[in-house]
Design a binder for this molecule. Structure first.
Ligand SMILES: [Mn+2]
Length: 476
């Protein structure tokens, strides 16, 4: 069995991917392209290739961020290098194009890892891709798409709104059941290479990669973070054993691995070096919903791992608003939620903040031109008709109400709101109040009492609440 490094090197030139004589199996992580998405899709492609004849089936991971965007994902880069993988060997979203016709070069099928609905973001996926999804391995709420896929393994319980801590857990379980030798103990006969903590027999780097992600996704299996489920703990222990780590996934070796990766991920210097636009793009997802006024409404969700005061720092509240309005114009957003997560102290105590920004001009989504044109005939002779749409104030209020977040200090007890949203006191960026308005838009900020509620929990009620509101909206 070739090593994971050899497997990836062999796939580093995407010009060799398509061939008339075989099926191309692409493995995609989600649009945010975090450590879980990148590592899980790489490892799953490696495992699936093992079960298929190479002459007729070619498995390749396709990383869904741009090549230049990996540097913002410092913990992922470090983890790859620690396992002997050069990030340059990976093929990124901007390195390759999906063929317009999936049958023009032999069959192309898609495998979704760490998400269960193909991304709407960008134009790099063609229409046929929706029907080419063959397998799904995920731990997010099931959006009920790609129902024809042969495999739909989605570890999320909609009743409790909780899923497995990491998609890497599912991948590790698959290795343990299908190729246990690849997750077996490290090779005692080999010395660690320079710069690496352990010596791996070929194929066993997988255990280190998956363990690193499981620890990152569960804050080192911490109870306070509330992410790790028994399956995560079991898989992490198996992976730690494979790496020969003393004390399993909670021993000193694993804790050292976690604190190195987490230190990079939460690095103040890293987040300080990013502009508002770069910070928003570091871990970003979006949803489009249909509206009563015609043009789709686009909601963005950015996860950031630094205090919002740091991420939103600007010379003045107006400059902060201006930068956020630029991001929204760039991405075609009508509202942007920024979810801040930080850890402090030892043992680490988690803290969450939330900001929502609605730009004054609204998003210019790619569809808005066509939709606006379709409204025009009714207004014949009345001059150019601008379709009525809600103001930034209305959109912000609607978005906030979907998660029970108060927009006035009186309502801000935090106790009764969904997710314990408490309107933040007015300090931080200049003298901005917790809800601030400018010519660029409106910004609201909350402290979040429920530290266990991440984007995975907040996005579904926001998506469906905004969709219901937008579909029923009438001009006041
Ligand atoms: Mn994940």
């Amino acid at each position: 069995m070739a090593s994971l490094a050899a497997f990836l090197r062999e796939r580093s030139n995407p010009a060799t991917w398509l061939s008339r004589t075989r099926t191309l199996h692409l493995f995609l992580g989600n649009e945010a392209s975090d450590a879980d998405s990148i590592i899980s899709s790489i490892c799953m492609a490696f495992l699936r290739q093992r079960a298929m004849p190479a002459e007729s089936h070619f498995c390749a991971p396709w990383v869904q961020c741009r090549r230049g965007e990996l540097k913002v994902r410092a913990e992922t880069e470090a983890l790859l290098r620690c396992a002997g993988i050069d990030p340059a060997w990976l093929v990124y979203r901007d390195d390759w194009q999906l063929p317009l016709d999936p049958h023009s070069h032999g069959e192309v099928v898609l495998n979704l890892v760490d998400h269960n609905k193909l991304s709407q973001q960008g134009d790099h996926l063609h229409d046929w891709a929706d029907d080419a999804v063959e397998a799904i391995w995920d731990h997010h709420p099931d959006l009920g798409c790609h129902m024809g896929a042969k495999v739909r393994e989605i570890a999320f319980d909609t009743e409790s709104m909780t899923g497995l801590g990491s998609c890497s857990t599912i991948v590790a379980e698959a290795f343990l059941s299908q190729a246990p030798e690849m997750m077996a103990a490290r090779d005692p006969a080999r010395e660690p290479e320079a710069g690496r903590p352990f010596a791996f027999a070929p194929g066993k780097e997988v255990a280190l990669l998956l363990l690193g992600v499981m620890l990152l996704d569960t804050a080192c299996l911490s109870d306070a973070a509330g992410k790790a489920q028994p399956r995560d703990i079991a898989a992490a222990n198996a992976a730690a054993a494979a790496c020969g780590m003393a004390g399993g996934a909670t021993g000193s070796d694993a804790r050292a691995l976690f604190s190195d990766l987490s230190g990079r991920k939460f690095s103040r210097e890293l987040w300080e070096s990013l502009s508002i636009a770069e910070a928003v793009g570091a871990d970003f997802k979006q949803t489009d919903v249909d509206t009563a006024w015609g043009t789709p409404l686009r909601v963005g969700y950015a996860s950031v791992l630094a205090p919002l005061d740091l991420v939103l720092r600007a010379a003045s509240p107006e400059e902060c608003h201006e930068a956020l309005a630029h991001v929204c114009a760039d991405k075609g957003l009508n509202v942007l939620a920024i979810l801040g997560f930080t850890l402090s102290g030892e043992p680490a105590v988690p803290h969450r903040e939330l900001a929502m920004f609605a730009p004054e001009k609204g998003g210019e989504s790619p569809a808005s031109g066509a939709a606006a044109a379709s409204v025009a005939p009714g207004a014949a002779g009345a001059g150019p008709e601008v379709a009525a749409m809600p103001s930034a104030e209305e959109i912000l209020a609607a978005a906030a109400s979907t998660i029970g977040a108060p927009l006035t200090a009186e309502a801000g007890s935090g106790e009764d709101n969904a997710f314990g949203m408490q309107l933040e006191a007015g300090n931080g960026v200049g003298d901005r109040p917790c809800v601030s308005a400018s010519g660029h838009g409106r910004l609201a900020r909350w402290n979040q009492g429920d530290v266990k509620a991440s984007r995975k929990q907040i996005r579904p009620p926001m998506d469906s609440g905004i969709a219901a509101w937008a579909a029923a909206w009438e001009r006041q």
